[in-house]
Design a protein around this ligand. Structure first.
Ligand SMILES: [Zn+2]
Length: 256
């Protein structure tokens, strides 16, 4: 699907995103609206609320944070002050001052929010991108929010850590097990499970080749020349621009 910044999309019945570099997601749960993630800029809090009012016309009641990165929590304090219940994984920490946007509800493995007919399931899949990562499944719509576990090609680790590789395979395997037609990433266009499958193949190819080349004292330029962006991934969002190169550099620096 073509990426048009700041476009509102309905991905399934009552499940909306404002598709952008930083995606905002919300869903109609009958008596109110659940929002997933709280963007990078607190000035966008009223903008998102206006979008929700126009799309659903019900109050925002719950906010689920997929992880505690600043670009996913910036509007937390504003929305918490308005009485929105903040839900996130327990590893983020217990509530601190009231109204500062810290979690009201935390969970261990899974949490189900079901105020009416529609259920939202949150599953903890942490330990790769951050210690806190969770995915959010809109059960009735077969839409899954995977946040930054998928980065349109980018290895979703802040820095390279070989010990996290088995967990990354496990986490993405769990993502693939969801009966989901549409997946929402933290940033950029929406995707399908096929993108996750393709990325795992690509990742294994990089792992099979880049460390060996780095150990053999190939330069980064030689590595990049030997491993151009795969043809079928060239239209992935920002992949050719920088994400593929970023991956090569991350691996090359770790093994040279
Ligand atoms: Zn993140």
């Amino acid at each position: 699907m073509e990426f048009v910044e700041n476009r509102i999309l309905e991905l399934g019945p009552g499940v909306f995103i404002r598709n952008a570099v930083d995606n905002a997601t919300w869903a109609d749960l009958g008596e109110g609206v659940v929002v997933v993630d709280a963007l990078e800029d607190p000035n966008l809090a009223p903008v998102i609320q206006n979008c929700i009012r126009a799309a659903v016309g019900k109050p925002m009641k719950w906010l689920i944070n997929t992880h505690w990165h600043a670009d996913h929590t910036a509007c937390n304090p504003i929305w918490a002050r308005q009485g929105v219940t903040v839900i996130t994984h327990e590893s983020v920490g217990p509530p601190t001052l009231p109204g500062d946007g810290r979690p009201d509800i935390t969970f261990h493995d899974r949490y189900t929010l079901r105020p009416g007919e529609r259920a939202v399931e949150v599953e903890y899949l942490g330990g790769t991108h951050t210690p806190w990562d969770s995915v959010v499944y809109f059960t009735w719509a077969k839409v899954l929010h995977v946040a930054d576990l998928f980065g349109w090609g980018m290895i979703p680790l802040a820095r390279w850590d070989e010990q996290k590789v088995p967990r990354l395979r496990e986490v993405l395997g769990r993502v693939l097990a969801y009966d989901a037609d549409v997946l929402i990433p933290g940033h950029g266009p929406v995707l399908t499970r096929n993108h996750i499958r393709r990325w795992l193949q690509y990742f294994e190819e990089l792992l099979a080749q880049v460390p060996a080349m780095a150990r053999a004292r190939k330069s980064l330029a030689e590595v990049a020349a030997a491993l151009p962006p795969p043809e079928d991934m060239r239209d992935w969002w920002r992949f050719v621009d920088w994400k593929h190169g970023y991956n090569l550099k991350m691996l090359w620096e770790a093994y040279r």
